[in-house]
Design a protein around this ligand. Structure first.
Ligand SMILES: [Mg+2]
Ligand SMILES: [Zn+2]
Length: 223
């Protein structure tokens, strides 16, 4: 007899747990000269995510730290049903990880009310000690990823082998696509849905986390 695989969720943060993309919101709000071309180059994949995000924050002086942190935290809105999904995971012994390309100074405070263990949240770091804001990268790509992700979602996923885990990805953008390819189940919205459709990758669309709970509950006894 083989033991059933353990379900594990890898959930994106910006545009998934939160309604909007917080990095874009921060940069747009403080509006430092030169940010738009960097965003365009990042979205069109002319430069890597790591390079793009690093360059964007470097446009902001470290002296603005408290305003940037305050805006990042207060601007974020949580997508409906997130707390319920976490409860559902606890009740059903599903492991829940946040895999975020966001920055710790807003990701941790925004998630604080939800009691997710710190070591289940992966995101980028910051350094305010120089003249400009520097992003740090504690979770870089392993040898199997050459995308310069910054925070590498597939590197995290590979630590939970497909033989032991039923891997579930929740996301909203092209940065979730490589992880989606490794996953058994994909929950998508926005650009991730488009990308899955283009490449014929099975996915379930969601608008709130209630949609996801419904599908997880239906598939509960099949795995
Ligand atoms: Mg996202
Ligand atoms: Zn990577």
């Amino acid at each position: 007899m083989t033991a059933a695989k353990k379900r594990i969720i890898f959930c994106d943060f910006d545009g998934t747990i939160t309604v909007n993309d917080n990095i874009i919101a921060i940069i747009r709000h403080f509006n430092p000269p030169g940010w738009e071309p960097i965003v365009e180059q990042t979205i069109s994949q002319q430069i890597s995510i790591r390079e793009g995000v690093g360059k964007l924050f470097r446009l902001l002086p470290s002296s603005m730290m408290s305003e940037v942190v305050h805006f990042g935290i207060t601007n974020a809105r949580i997508r409906e049903g997130f707390g319920e999904l976490l409860s559902y995971c606890r009740e059903n012994d599903i492991e829940f990880y946040v895999t975020s390309g966001g920055i710790d100074f807003f990701v941790y405070p925004v998630l604080e009310p939800f009691d997710i263990p710190q070591d289940h949240i992966y995101c980028n770091g910051h350094d305010f000690s120089g003249p400009n804001i520097e992003i740090t990268w504690p979770h870089p790509c392993d040898g199997q990823c050459s995308n310069a992700c910054g925070m590498c979602k597939t590197t995290i996923m590979r630590r939970f082998p497909a033989e032991q885990y039923e891997r579930i990805v929740i996301g909203d953008s092209v940065t979730d696509f490589e992880g989606a390819k490794l996953a058994d189940t994909v929950f998508s919205r926005s650009h991730l849905t488009t990308k899955c459709q283009e490449l014929g990758l099975p996915h379930s669309e969601y608008e709130t986390f209630h949609d996801i709970i419904r599908v997880l509950d239906k598939g509960k006894d099949e795995s």
